[in-house]
Design a protein around this ligand. Structure first.
Ligand code: MN
Length: 483
């Protein structure tokens, strides 16, 4: 994506926010150019091109005026002599707060690189808990840094790519920003495992023509079936990131040729009732694969994602994954949390339920903040962001999602803090297990509690989630058992 210049930015912003005064945007643009002066990027280009790129992504995601201004200004506090006070005087508190949120700590007296990384993440997440737009700006910043990585040393490229693939991409996923997540992953994948990337890319490209022909045929037969319903709809094909295919190969320990990568289509319609009606038509026409149907419309994912998922058998026996959703759900699935900050034409109010939907993020950040040791903080951050979740059932049939590797204790704390605190044992699928047992998807877990029982120090050795860890630790600290 070519970074837009001042007029283009204003024009593109005004196209989706026609009634907003853009004077501040122009001011931020000019201010940032001047502040960065003749600083250069590692590529030799003027530094300001980076600021323009970040603002371009933010306008692309249709973010509001303070966010775009903060995008232009995002490196001013970190890299120029301009102070927060001076910025507040020019741009007010809201924009300055956003910029401060993405600014790294200035003086660190920490010994290792891990400590520095942990402290910077801690600071940024704290700012994010107060204002989610901080992380959106940070992700736009990371995207451009990944796109211009080749000018850095090998060691820097590796380090930044690792951080991107283990923290930023999963975070984008958690925020529902799937497009960005795939993009970040493939950029990092290419740096970290160049040979694997090239091989896989060649193999995927070699299959492309056949897959597209099959998909085209399938889409035509779906189209024929759906046309009779007269329900409004459009059909899109779906492509997977190379890294997600690679991840599947790794998890299943199979070569590309043996990976069952189903074809994917999306059917977009106008309202929820039509989603179910279209699903009915699809299932009448094509045999669904048993157990493949999931209703994320009535039970949305934590990252706000909604869709109906089903896998059916196509006319030639091929498996096709189908996602059915409304236009609004589709936007949310592409832009995630960013979609909720977008200007809605003719509407002033932001999503009324946004605050409620963001509660899990705030709560999670709070637990993380409790973990004082940088190691513990980073480990918990990575574990909780791990995309490979397991789904565990309570004896009453309620489902909880936990990071892979979670134990009955993590589960107990997810159900309720009091249950975790008083836990003395666990049954999985009616058998007693140890508290460090690794739960598998589909397990039914029953927690045994005893009144007056308290957390044990050795629990810290095996719990996985920030929630459990933070609750156990604060109890032990209160009792003076750990520091
Ligand atoms: Mn930057």
């Amino acid at each position: 994506m070519t970074p837009l210049d001042k007029n283009q930015l204003v024009e593109k912003f005004s196209a989706y926010a026609p009634h907003v005064d853009t004077a501040l945007l122009i001011k931020a643009y000019d201010f940032s150019i001047k502040a960065h002066g003749d600083q250069a990027r590692a590529s030799g280009e003027e530094y300001f091109i980076h600021c323009r790129s970040v603002a371009t992504s933010l306008v692309d995601w249709k973010m509001d005026l303070p966010t775009v201004c903060a995008g232009l200004l995002h490196d001013v506090l970190e890299d120029t002599p301009v102070t927060a006070a001076a910025m507040t005087a020019e741009f007010g508190e809201e924009i300055t707060r956003l910029v401060s949120g993405v600014t790294k700590l200035e003086h660190f007296q920490y010994s290792s690189r891990d400590d520095v990384q942990a402290e910077n993440w801690r600071k940024m997440l704290l700012a994010t808990a107060q204002d989610i737009r901080v992380i959106i700006i940070k992700l736009a910043d990371r995207l451009h840094n990944m796109q211009t990585l080749s000018y850095l040393t090998d060691e820097q490229q590796q380090r930044i790519s690792h951080e991107t693939i283990s923290l930023y991409a999963p975070l984008a996923h958690r925020l529902g920003m799937f497009q960005l997540k795939g993009h970040l992953e493939d950029l990092a994948f290419q740096r970290l495992w160049p040979q694997e990337f090239k091989d896989l890319e060649a193999k995927v490209n070699a299959q492309l023509a056949t897959r597209e022909a099959t998909l085209k045929k399938f889409k035509e037969s779906v189209e024929k079936a759906l046309a009779e319903t007269q329900l409004p709809h459009r059909i899109l094909s779906r492509s997977k990131s190379l890294y997600s295919i690679y991840g599947k190969m790794q998890r299943q320990a199979k070569p590309f040729e043996e990976i069952q990568d189903a074809l994917g289509v999306r059917i977009i319609t106008d309202n929820i009732a039509d989603c179910y009606a279209l699903l009915g038509t699809v299932h009448t026409q094509f045999k669904p694969v048993a157990g493949s149907f999931t209703d994320y419309i009535s039970i949305p994912k934590m990252n706000l994602y909604q869709s109906l998922h089903t896998t059916v058998m196509g006319p030639d026996g091929e498996l096709v994954e189908i996602q059915i959703r409304t236009e609004e759900m589709h936007r949310t699935s592409e832009y995630g949390i960013a979609a909720h900050w977008r200007y809605k034409i003719g509407e002033h109010a932001k999503d009324a339920h946004l605050e409620e939907k963001l509660n899990w993020l705030r709560q999670w950040i709070e637990w993380l903040q409790d973990l004082k040791s940088p190691r513990e903080f980073l480990d918990s951050l990575k574990t909780d962001l791990d995309l490979h979740q397991v789904f565990i059932f309570t004896p009453a049939g309620e489902v909880k999602s936990l990071p892979a590797g979670s134990t009955p204790l993590d589960f107990a704390f997810t159900v309720h803090t009091a249950i975790g605190m008083a836990c003395v044992g666990a049954q999985v699928n009616n058998k007693m297990v140890k508290l460090d047992y690794q739960l598998k998807s589909g397990d039914i877990c029953k927690i045994i509690t005893r009144k007056g029982s308290v957390p044990k120090k050795d629990w810290l050795m095996f719990v996985k989630t920030a929630r459990a860890r933070s609750k156990i630790r604060s109890y032990l600290r209160e009792k003076g058992i750990v520091a």
